[in-house]
Design a protein around this ligand. Structure first.
Ligand SMILES: C[S@@+](CC[C@H](N)C(=O)[O-])C[C@H]1O[C@@H](n2cnc3c(N)ncnc32)[C@H](O)[C@@H]1O
Length: 199
């Protein structure tokens, strides 16, 4: 039992991988300028709320656990845009479908193949649309709201932006070099392995 508890608490901690600013800036073209964004998942020390605010949006981003996604809903918002805890993907997708608001969620590409994703969205009147990043998103790890010393962002899986009711111009949008801020900063997106093998 103790072992199970330990595994569970470790999973909770490992959900605090925060979104780098380029991952939000790269999709600015697909978020209406007058959107009132509920950034529903809060990581202490994370900056996604501030990044989206700096991009010109009105943003609601309230601390967890006081404001739990499964209990709380803001009075007024137009879009839910976030990077949720991946360990709760099924419950998050169920609640998103129930809320029925336009959303963009950054989640692993493999989630698309899960039975629960299929079950929740396969018969949806509004289909899921996908934005595919130009390069892998490398999240920043925080522990107790602080960056981890000597830890380099090197995510080992790809993510999509899963979109619902976002009226994308195509069902699959591949981000272009031109849209991606990190492509202009040479080397910024490289993971550890790429850096080592090229040096
Ligand atoms: C992957 S992090 C991303 C944080 C932030 N959205 C970002 O993009 O940087 C997910 C965070 O969701 C928070 N979280 C977990 N369960 C939650 C819930 N039920 N309601 C709101 N936030 C939750 C955790 O604190 C965790 O740090």
């Amino acid at each position: 039992m103790t072992a199970i508890y330990r595994v569970y608490t470790t999973m909770e901690k490992h959900d605090t991988y925060v979104t780098p600013d380029y991952a939000w800036k790269n999709i600015k073209n697909y978020i209406p300028s007058d959107a009132v964004i509920w950034e529903a998942f809060y990581a202490p020390g994370g900056e996604s709320g501030q990044i989206l605010t700096d991009m010109g949006y009105e943003v609601i981003h309230k601390p967890y656990p006081q404001y739990d996604f499964f209990q709380y809903e803001p009075e007024h918002y137009t879009h839910i845009i976030s990077n949720p805890p991946f360990s709760k993907s099924k419950q998050v997708l169920e609640r998103l479908k129930q809320l029925n608001k336009p959303f963009i969620m950054i989640m692993p590409s493999a989630k698309l193949c899960t039975g629960y994703f299929r079950h929740i969205f396969q018969d949806s009147e509004d289909p899921i649309q996908i934005i595919i990043p130009r390069k892998r998103i490398h999240f920043k790890k925080l522990v107790n709201g602080e960056p981890v010393k000597d830890w380099k962002p090197a995510c080992c899986f790809d993510c999509f932006y899963y979109c619902y009711k976002m009226n994308l111009p195509r069902d699959i949008v591949w981000l272009t070099d031109k849209e991606c801020v990190e492509m202009k900063k040479k080397g910024n997106h490289k993971c550890n392995r790429e850096t080592k093998s090229s040096s």
